[in-house]
Design a protein around this ligand. Sequence first.
Ligand code: PLP
Length: 394
Amino acid sequence: MHRGIMSKKIEMNAGANTRLAHIGNDPHDYFGFVNPPVVHASTVLFPDAETMASRKQRYTYGTRGTPTSDALADAMNELEGAAGTILVPSGLAAVTVPLLAFLSSGDHVLIVDSVYNPTRHFADTMLVRLGVEVTYYDPMVGAGIADLMKSNTKVVLTEAPGSGTFEMQDIPAIVEAAHKGGAVVMLDNTWATPLFFRPLDFGVDISIQAATKYPGGHSDILLGTVSANEATWKQLLACHGALGMCAAPDDVYQVLRGLRTMGVRLERHQESALAIARWLEGRAGVARVLHPALESHPGHAIWKRDFKGASGLFSIVLDGGDAKKAHAFLNALRIFGLGYSWGGYESLAVHVQLDDRQVAHAPQEGPVVRLQIGLENVEDLKADLERGLAAAGH
Ligand SMILES: Cc1ncc(COP(=O)(O)O)c(C=O)c1O
């Protein structure tokens, strides 16, 4: 038996870290080298005019896939339990491409109000311009989403937990109501990654990941993946081809490389973030900690029911004050960088802007600061946060 085929069999039943070490490419497809080649390609040659006319060969043009993009797409299919995965140049594109694939003029889309802000911007500008009606729903809506469904609702876009405030959502209840109304359900699963939540297992049609975050893991690349079930795959793939929005080979390779260590990195992110979240809870100067794995979180029961773990991103609500207080906190930090994005090896902090919310109200006690807990030592991070709290007046 071909060793590659044998090792693929082991993968199916193995633990997450074993699968992460072996999914995607088969080394024996390329002389036994453990990593796939980084194929830089536009043109692919055909052996004769007949094959060219029929396009009956595995690769036909760079935008339509290469051994490098196939390796990552196959790995994602395995992790997500998907029929197919497209790769796009950013996490934001991983949201916009499926929306464009399934929405037309005259359609209605339901989007969770705690959605990543650039997703909202895309909906409020591009989708509205294209004649799509957009409604934002409360992340706590659950089965009540049935009341918001219209005859023209074609997509429900969820994100769990929500950006900045980390509300959980009852995904199975939302899926049931959305499917009853004939809508496709999409979920931005960047926070959990498929290691901690597999959306397609819960009836979601399309799982979105900003691979820029944990899969990449090193704050040096932008990439998005969109994984679809059997029912939605063909339409998603057709839109991807029509838009020509393919990902660059070096970035694809870096994400495949990042996947190999994502499991062990996530274990550390999870452990450190939870330790710091617990330590911050009840501390002077902190009104609330918004982390779904904390028993105090309103969405904790849903998190416990549906998720297998928690990643390294959560928020704190400072006790009183305004943006000035948040700035004092941030300016005192020496290890936490002030920057966007998350999922990399280094800790980051940002003052969360919540003035875009329509129905999911922002915490009222004080400003919200989002913390990305990196791979540094927990004691050093705690000391840094102490500095921030002291500067904020506590
Ligand atoms: C939940 C979520 N989705 C999507 C994105 C977009 O990812 P990218 O930065 O790769 O465009 C982000 C980025 O912060 C995010 O937080």
